[in-house]
Design a protein around this ligand. Structure first.
Ligand code: OAD
Length: 254
């Protein structure tokens, strides 16, 4: 691994940082073999989000929506966390406080060893009843008959426990993400196109709060101009490099 040379002001901010936020999007899991949404091969270039990721789409074609999420669940279950997820997991003991916020629904941060991950868009590791809201582990219901299977409490249709377009983000999760961002002195946005709100608004909030924003993305995004440091490479490469630089500057004598 070639060493990351940081500008002096960035090194200083990382050395002094007491509250760090890691904010992730689909690009973080790309090297685990899971697709992103936008870009050349993105899921939303092959499928229409309003058909597959909206309450209206589910009412019209419940079976199509359920089967699509089931195939994504199977891909997630077969995937492993990559060095990017593991690098973020290794930050917990390095900073007095770390908040991990993700738009991903794949549970790979947790499988890499991170606790208390704020999942803004829910989790595909859970299903819930669209009528009574009862949550169930997806691993339990994949074998149930029916597409979608019926809730065994009320008979309602099960749906993935994810946030669809037109739905409200889980209130407490969003509030915790905002609170973490307000406290942050370093905010690392990795693998997100920064186009979906309110999630992307966290980057703007961090910038307004004068946190150092670090963007990790092979491509420029609409919010790149807010970043004090852009690492233009894949997360699985840049996060370990950044972690090594963090270790170097935080262990150096002051
Ligand atoms: P996008 O697909 O919009 O963006 C993925 C970003 O990851 C792009 O900017 C890529 O350049 C970048 N990328 C690709 N490979 C990468 C790699 N190896 N390392 C680092 N970055 C890489 O995904 P999100 O920003 O997560 O919401 O999308 C946000 C939301 O839009 C999703 O949570 C989902 C989607 O519709 C819902 O379904 C509600």
């Amino acid at each position: 691994m070639d060493l990351l040379a940081l500008p002096l002001n960035v090194e200083e901010r990382l050395r002094e940082a007491s509250h760090v936020v890691a904010f992730s999007g689909a690009g973080l899991s790309a090297e685990s073999g899971l697709g992103t949404f936008r870009g050349a091969d993105g899921l939303w270039t092959q499928f229409r989000p309003e058909e597959l990721a909206s309450p209206e789409g589910f009412s019209r074609h419940p079976s199509r929506v359920w089967d699509w999420y089931l195939s994504r669940y199977r891909a997630i279950a077969a995937a492993d966390p990559n060095p990017g997820h593991r690098a973020i997991a290794s930050w917990a003991p390095r900073f007095p406080s770390l908040t991990i916020v993700t738009q991903n629904i794949d549970g790979l941060h947790q499988r890499a060893g991170s606790d208390d991950v704020l999942e803004l868009h829910g989790s595909l590791l859970r299903a819930r009843c669209s009528r009574c809201d009862r949550p169930l582990p997806m691993a339990e219901v994949v074998g149930w008959p029916g597409s979608p299977p019926a809730c065994d409490d009320c008979g309602g249709k099960l749906r993935p426990d994810v946030v669809w377009f037109g739905e409200i983000l889980p209130e407490e999760v969003l509030a915790a993400a905002i609170a973490g961002t307000e406290e942050s002195d370093v905010f690392v946005a990795v693998g997100t196109s920064a186009t979906v709100y309110p999630a992307a608004g966290l980057i703007e909030l961090a910038y307004r709060q004068r946190a150092l924003v670090i963007e990790i993305n092979p491509e420029e995004t609409t919010l790149s101009s807010l970043a004090g440091l852009c690492l233009r490479g894949p997360a699985g490469q840049e996060l370990p490099r950044l972690t090594e630089a963090i270790e170097r500057c935080r262990s150096a004598p002051r």
